[in-house]
Write a protein that binds this ligand. Structure first.
Ligand code: F6P
Length: 363
């Protein structure tokens, strides 16, 4: 097997706290442990299609461990197999996968580290079928990448969302209101469940358990009967009523994630106020969840993933994604993350624990 001397790396999809920790970990382990050179591509697959990026030296990644975002830039709208060269003309699309291969040949890259969520890894898997050698690192605040028990970014986002629940609690109590907090999570409710439980939410609505408005309102009325004149509802952006649809904010054709959600909390707030007669407000936490300094947990996990990715490449274990399985670092085939999202099983321990304390899931 051809020995590795140069590798490429990119960060793809929506950003997540800990991306820079991965970039740092990959560059340092590649240089220090293997003596390789590392090329960092700008803006995910866009950089690979266009050959844009730079060789990363030790000093380039020194001091970025605690920084949010990614020094390489990212995007969640570029798909190399359905590529838009100029986003002012979104209808002009083409298959640019051969350009990616040409870039890697030109830079004499022996393998690529692909840092991203399910959309990014599924494109990476398709590129591996064209002969590119890759190793994936799972990222997303949503924690929904199939094949790993946890992604970096989730812990920080859950902390941010929990702090928001804590703050809403005091104002909800003072005004005797129902407060809704909408958090991210298109297909999986890990953030809503995590922040809802850690923040002591009364109602938690997740994509995996469709809700009934009447059930939510009855839970709120019951609290009033117990003397609690305020309630906290934590709702994932992908939550939907039984037999109903999610609330779509925007569609981005061709993107690895075509649908952008948002706004369910505004719809629900109006319905809850009408149904219960209690003043109701909503807050959409939005991209605050993706920003900020990564938590110590995420910095550690991102670093562990990064060094494991370099180790996989060094051992010739291509086209795999590093992961956490049964609490330990491991790897799975790169085909796994794109196969389906990792969702919450409605009968899992966490849901049962919440139900046993009277948390309402709206069903
Ligand atoms: O994939 C992570 C995520 O945070 C989703 O939960 C959310 O729907 C999406 O990104 C929003 O992405 P953007 O608004 O940046 O397109």
């Amino acid at each position: 097997m051809k020995q590795i001397r140069r590798i490429g790396m990119f960060t793809g999809g929506g950003d997540a706290p800990g991306l820079n920790a991965v970039v740092r970990g990959v560059v340092k382990a590649a240089i220090h442990a293997q003596g390789w050179e590392v090329f960092g591509f700008y803006d995910a697959f866009r950089g690979l299609v266009r050959g844009e990026g730079r060789w990363l030296q030790w000093d380039d990644v020194s001091g970025i461990l605690t920084q949010g975002g990614t020094i390489l830039g990212t995007t969640n709208r570029d798909n190399p197999f359905d590529f838009v060269d100029d986003h002012r003309y979104p209808d002009k699309r083409r298959d640019a996968s051969r350009d990616v291969l040409a870039t890697c040949r030109k830079l004499k890259l022996d393998a690529i580290v692909s840092v991203g969520g399910d959309g990014t890894q599924s494109c990476a898997h398709r590129m591996s079928q064209l002969g590119l050698r890759l190793v994936g690192v799972p990222k997303t605040i949503d924690n929904d990448v199939c094949g790993t028990e946890i992604t970096f970014g989730f812990n920080t986002a859950m902390t941010t969302a929990t702090e928001a629940v804590d703050k809403l609690h005091t104002t909800a109590f003072s005004h005797h209101r129902v407060m809704l907090l909408e958090v991210m999570g298109r297909t999986a409710g890990w953030l809503a469940l995590g922040a809802g439980m850690a923040g002591g939410g009364d109602v938690i609505l997740i994509p995996e358990i469709p809700y009934r408005l009447e059930t939510i309102c009855e839970a709120i009325r019951q609290r009033v009967r117990r003397g609690k004149h305020f309630s906290i509802v934590v709702v994932a952006e992908g939550a939907r009523p039984v037999g109903g649809q999610v609330v779509i904010r925007q569609t981005v054709p061709g993107s690895p994630e075509t649908v952008r959600l948002g706004g369910i909390s505004a719809v629900l707030a109006q319905q809850i106020e009408q149904c219960t007669g209690i003043e109701t407000r909503h807050t959409i936490l939005g991209h605050l969840q993706r920003g900020g300094t990564p938590s110590p947990f995420d910095r550690y996990l991102a670093t562990e993933f990064a060094t494991s990715a370099v180790d996989l490449l060094a051992r010739g274990q291509f086209n795999r994604m590093v992961c956490v399985r049964r609490g330990k670092i491991d790897s799975v085939p790169l085909s796994v993350p794109g196969s389906r999202p990792r969702v919450i099983a409605p009968r899992c321990h966490a849901i049962q624990m919440a139900r046993s304390m009277g948390v309402c899931f709206g069903d």
